[in-house]
Every structure is written in C-alpha cells, then in structure tokens.
Design a protein around this ligand. Structure first.
Ligand code: AMP
Ligand code: GLY
Length: 418
C-alpha cells in the first residue's frame, strides 16, 4: 500500500466547513477518481457526491466503503473517531486518516490527557479530577480565582467555563453531568499547533489561531469557533519548536509506549504563558474553522498527503504550504450558539467568490424550490488569502459584503488582533 495509486476513490466523513475544505482540496488532485462525503451539505454537493450515512456506526461505514469501492477515508469530526470508526476501517484493510478510539481519548477525556501530562511532565495547568459535580463542589467553592471548570467528556467546544467568581464556577458545575476537571487559570495568548502523523513520521503544519467567543472583542460565550487566521504570529518558530519538544512529541511517544500510537491530525490548543507554552487541550482532528485557513494554504497534492498519512509512508511526503496568510470568517445563523434559526435564504456566494475568496459551507441546505438556505449554527466560512493577515482580512470582509443573507451574524474583528 505504500505508493499512492494514480486513481483513488475517497470518502470524507462529516458535513461542515472543515469537510467542505477537505473535499475541495482533495478533488483538485489528479489522483482523485471519485469523492463522496457523508453526510455533506449543500455546498459540499458542488465538489463531492453526498451520501446519507450514520457516520458513527462502524458497521454502516465499513459496509458503505466495501460496497462503493472506497480506498481512502478521511475523518473530519471527533465523534466517529471516538466511536471506533477508524479502527473498524483499518481492520477491514482500508486506508484511513484518523486515530483509533484509544488514541482519540486525547480529546474524548480531558482527565485522560491531564493524567498523561502529569505522568510525562508535559506542561499544562494544575488540575484535579472529580467523578461528579457533587464531588467537585467544595473544591470549586474555595478555589483561588479565576477557576476553570470543565466537563471531562466531549462538549462541542462548549463545556469549559473560566469563572471569575466561585459562584459562577458553581453555576457552571451545576450544568455538568458526569466527571469534571477543575483547573488553574492560565494567562497568555492562545495558539493552535497542528501536526499530521502516520504513527512514525510527524509533519508540522502551519499554525493558526481561532476566535472562540461569540462576539467582537472576545466577549460572549464560547462557540465552536467564529473565525480563524493562519499563521499565528505569536507562535514564533522558537515557541513552536519548544511546544513540539515539550508537549506534542512527548505525547506521541507516550501514546506509542502505551501501545495506542496516534495516527492522523492532532491539534494542540496552547496557552503561550510567561513560563512557556502550556497545553490547554488536544483535539484529534483538524480544527473547524482553522482547517479552512490551513487547507487554503496547502499547495501539495492533498490525496498523496492523506494517503501517505494513512499508510505509514509520510516520510516520503513533506507538504508545502503557501507563504500567504489566510483568514476565515464564520457567518453564523441568528440565535447561534443557543437556538440557530434555520431556513433563511442566502444569496450572493458567486459574487463573493468572484473576488477570489472561497466560501466554504458549514451548515447549508436547499429549500423545496432549490434555494440555498441556512441549516445549522455555523453556516458559512468565508476564507481569503493575502500577503499578510491584514490583506487577507480585508479581502474576506469585502467578500462578506457581497453575501446577501439576513438571517446571520459574524464577528467584525477576525484577525484584527494578529
Ligand atoms: P477547551 O475546550 O479546553 O479548548 O477550552 C476552551 C477555551 O477555554 C480555551 O480556548 C481557553 O480560552 C479557555 N481555557 C481552557 N482551559 C483554560 C485554562 N486552564 N486557563 C485559561 N483558559 C482556559
Ligand atoms: N475551532 C475549535 C475546534 O475545532 O475545536
């Protein structure tokens, strides 16, 4: 399986902006014979066949791949990984980009990752694990401020509260069902470090920064991400090397030593503190919307790269990225992240793309009469390149002005702090 075949049938799992960007890039490769995305969305349908499939059902995915003659599967979101879909595909002899369920614990359980950090001396916030909110009550009530309260399991980017008062910490705790992690609050700029590994070779991808809060000036609640830019200017090459040496490589070695090697995209959320980079969290996949910015900058053949990562041959492929910067602005439906309003009509995407940006669809569908409509919380991810972030940013906002959509909102300060 080592050399990438000339003609590969590919399945991408997921249906957001990240998967639209993946499908778009994979489709550009002359090696892409066919590309299917499950479930996909209305924008993905322009670049891939969309298939209805329960992507967390291992047997359903394995059966689909066998029936359709798929040779390579790229997993976008965490849920199928945590459900063991990558294991099932690998057992069936299919090339897959994405970690085993055991390695996906790095994202699925914050407690697992914190214990691993403690065991291997990986810099992270001081912490305590609790089996339940009730057990954590006293600790949160008296913890020095600010106190960080986290649900241990997957929460779609919404399970973390940085509380400025003990009352606020207790209120956050009351919302958590299941195990809890309570942490010291770290200070500094945040940056995301991305790598791709086949289990042996590690390729460092461009860095990025996302904007998690809903409103301008980093106000409002945490969301899945309202925008991103790449590269992160704060994660200098020296800090990136330090984060690789002290955080990412020791983690990969630890996973190897435990007999659960990591394969796929790994994304380290870092706080660049006065004491050096510290790990906030791992995600076992590309970030969304960071992926849109990264993939916009990818210049190498995406099928060769993914094939190599999936088949243990990444040593033979060193991906090249554009020197340009990328900015991605998310347009979200009114009501996001609480109760996004669906069904509002979107126009002007063609006019926006005519300016040279890509409008990736995060949550769109078609109305009965075939019009493009909002069908999710995050709806579009407008992505632009430029010589630097301010140029990319100006182009992305110029393109947004061409989009005629009254059902949504977006931040006006994406990339501004860069
Ligand atoms: P997470 O889902 O773990 O990435 O956390 C979401 C956001 O909460 C992060 O991007 C940080 O802004 C913030 N956060 C999480 N843990 C900490 C911490 N220990 N100290 C300060 N901020 C944190
Ligand atoms: N943008 C953050 C995430 O994908 O988790």
């Amino acid at each position: 399986m080592s050399v990438c075949p000339d003609s590969v049938a590919i399945l991408v799992l997921g249906g957001g902006g990240r998967e639209h960007a993946l499908c778009w890039r994979l489709r550009q490769s002359p090696r892409c014979a066919r590309i299917v995305c499950a479930p996909g969305n209305a924008g993905i349908a322009d670049v891939a066949e969309c298939a209805a499939l329960d992507i967390t059902n291992r047997q359903a995915v394995v059966d689909f791949v066998a029936r359709e003659g798929i040779a390579l599967v790229v997993v976008g979101p965490e849920a199928p990984l945590v459900a063991g879909v990558a294991d099932a595909l690998r057992n069936a002899g299919v090339a897959v980009v994405g970690p085993s369920a055991a390695a996906a614990e790095l994202e699925a359980s914050k407690g697992f990752t914190k214990d691993l950090c403690a065991e291997y001396d990986i810099p992270t916030a001081r912490f305590r694990r609790f089996a339940s909110a009730a057990d954590a009550h006293h600790y949160v009530a008296v913890h020095p401020l600010p106190v960080v309260v986290k649900a241990d399991g997957l929460a779609g980017g919404k399970g973390v509260t940085v509380a400025e008062s003990n009352e606020e910490g207790l209120a956050a705790l009351a919302e958590i069902h299941g195990p809890v992690v309570v942490e010291q609050c770290l200070e500094g700029p945040e940056a995301s470090l991305f790598i791709l590994t086949d289990g042996q070779t590690v390729r460092v991808l461009p860095s990025a920064q996302d904007h998690k809060r809903l409103r301008d000036g980093d106000q409002g609640p945490n969301t899945g991400g309202m925008g991103a830019f790449s590269p992160s200017l704060q994660l200098t090459p020296a800090l990136q090397q330090q984060a690789m040496d002290e955080i990412v490589l020791p983690t990969l070695a630890a996973m190897q030593a435990r007999g659960t090697p990591f394969q796929g995209f790994l994304y380290a959320g870092l706080m660049l503190t006065a004491d050096g980079p510290m790990l906030i969290e791992y995600n076992v996949r590309l970030g969304d919307p960071e992926a849109q910015a990264l993939l916009m900058r990818l210049e190498s053949d995406a099928v060769e790269l993914m094939w190599a990562a999936a088949t243990g041959t990444l040593a033979s492929v060193d991906p090249v990225f554009s020197q340009d910067a990328a900015v991605t602005i998310v347009m979200a439906a009114s009501g996001y992240p609480w109760k996004p309003v669906a069904g509002t009509v979107i126009e002007g995407i063609g006019a926006a793309e005519a300016l040279g940006v890509r409008v990736f669809h995060a949550g769109t569908g078609r109305s009965d009469d075939g019009r493009l409509v909002a069908a999710g919380g995050r709806v579009l991810a407008v992505t632009a390149l430029g010589h630097d972030i301010s140029e990319a940013r100006a182009l992305a906002y110029a393109a947004i002005r061409k989009i005629k959509w009254h059902g949504g909102h977006f931040r006006r300060d994406i990339g501004k702090t860069a």
